[in-house]
Design a protein around this ligand. Structure first.
Ligand code: NAI
Ligand code: 13P
Length: 341
């Protein structure tokens, strides 16, 4: 394992979308020097000179110690930690280009919540493959962290999961501030699957809201969603307790109940009768990870013989043209069973 800085002062955030920018602010407010990479030159310039990123975090004033560039080599120079803040399905393409530029001793940190289509890999597995490092060295950020609330400095907790506890502690020190409280955890599988699966359940809750359904339906989807993500996670070796924590029920409740969630909002549009294309056009270019992850997680679950009926229903609505009402009726019409079987 490469040596790494235990006192991380210089961090690079690759991706200047909602969460990349909000997490950069967390680090800046924790006293760290942050360089961001933005795809668009105009966004990089806005972050550096006007200390804002209006397209993603309107009304947010960013710390002056955050600068940005559209040149990944310049962004990565001298980084002690590198935070990957691009969507799951584009991480492979981006990281392939960035790999030769990564400082060998930098701690790699993953913000993405998804499972890759095709390979069915979790994000730390994709990063390990492309960055050519041990997956046990990657720090995964998860938990109830709606970017706009964090950017507004509203109090929140998170989980930093890494098999190597010392790396998680280094990022914990670098990101703790007066409104952001990160906990460490060594269950990377559980934390990553919690983050990826809850996006799919948030789609289903949004869809129920779009159909005009109320609190009982929401609570049922959240609770049964938790049951199916825990079934998948434990099959893959996760600690069941993780799903009772911030990366499980914590993130699930925040995302399924907040109008700020892109996944919930996307589902609500489908519930109101929008097509997939119409809902996609309305997201303003921002990612709703559950739309791709419902398919990859479904395939992963099937390959392991794990039953994930809500995820399956979301795949059928999003990608097979099944009507949301019919998907709901089919969920209720399944054979009767014990709560924990
Ligand atoms: N927004 C939130 O509240 C939170 C998001 N996350 C996760 O963080 C990851 C990133 O999400 P956000 O920053 O919210 O996404 P976003 O859609 O707001 O921003 C994505 C960023 O990635 C860049 N990018 C680079 N290559 C791209 C490509 N090929 N396609 C699309 N975008 C590309 C975009 O330019 C943009 O800067 C996702 O996996 C998401 O689930 C996790 C916690 C909170
Ligand atoms: O992961 C999130 C909150 O923890 C953000 O959820 P959305 O991607 O649905 O906005």
């Amino acid at each position: 394992m490469a040596a790494f800085a235990t006192d991380v002062q210089r961090v690079t955030v690759l991706g200047a979308g909602s969460w990349g920018t909000a997490f950069a602010k967390v680090l800046g407010d924790a006293g760290r020097d942050v360089t961001m990479w933005a795809r668009r030159e105009s966004v990089a310039e806005e972050i550096t000179t006007r200390h804002s990123n209006e397209s993603y975090l309107p009304g947010t004033r960013l710390p002056e110690r955050i600068t940005a560039t559209a040149d990944p080599a310049a962004a990565l120079e001298g980084a002690q930690a590198v935070v990957l803040g691009v969507p799951s399905q584009s991480l492979r393409k981006n990281l392939t280009a960035w790999q030769p530029l990564l400082p060998p001793e930098a701690i790699l940190v993953s913000l993405a919540k998804g499972v890759e289509l095709g390979t069915l890999k979790r994000m730390s597995e994709v990063i390990a493959e492309l960055a050519k490092v041990d997956a046990g060295e990657i720090v995964v950020v998860s938990g109830p962290n709606l970017a706009r609330e964090i950017a507004a400095a509203q109090p929140a907790a998170a989980v930093l999961a890494c098999a190597d506890h010392e790396r998680a502690v280094a990022i914990q020190r670098a990101s703790s501030n007066q409104y952001f409280r990160p906990y460490t955890n060594t269950d990377v599988v559980g934390c990553e699957l919690g983050g990826a699966c809850k996006n799919v359940i948030a789609l289903s809750c949004g869809m129920a809201a779009g159909l005009g359904l109320g609190a009982n339906t929401m609570a049922t989807l959240i609770t049964r969603g938790l049951a199916e993500m825990a079934r998948l996670g434990t099959k893959l070796g996760a600690d069941p307790l993780t799903f009772a924590g911030l990366a499980g029920v914590g993130d699930l409740v925040a995302t399924c109940s907040s109008p700020l969630s892109r996944n919930r909002t996307f589902g609500e549009r489908l519930g109101r009768g929008d097509t997939l294309e119409q809902a996609q056009a309305a997201t303003g270019g921002q990612v709703a990870e559950g739309v791709a992850s419902c398919s990859s997680i479904r395939e992963l679950a099937r390959s392991l013989g794990v039953d994930m009926p809500i995820t399956d229903a979301m795949h059928r609505v999003c990608h097979e043209g099944v009507d949301p009402r019919q998907a709901g009726a089919e969920l209720l019409g399944r054979s009767q069973k014990h709560e924990w079987s």
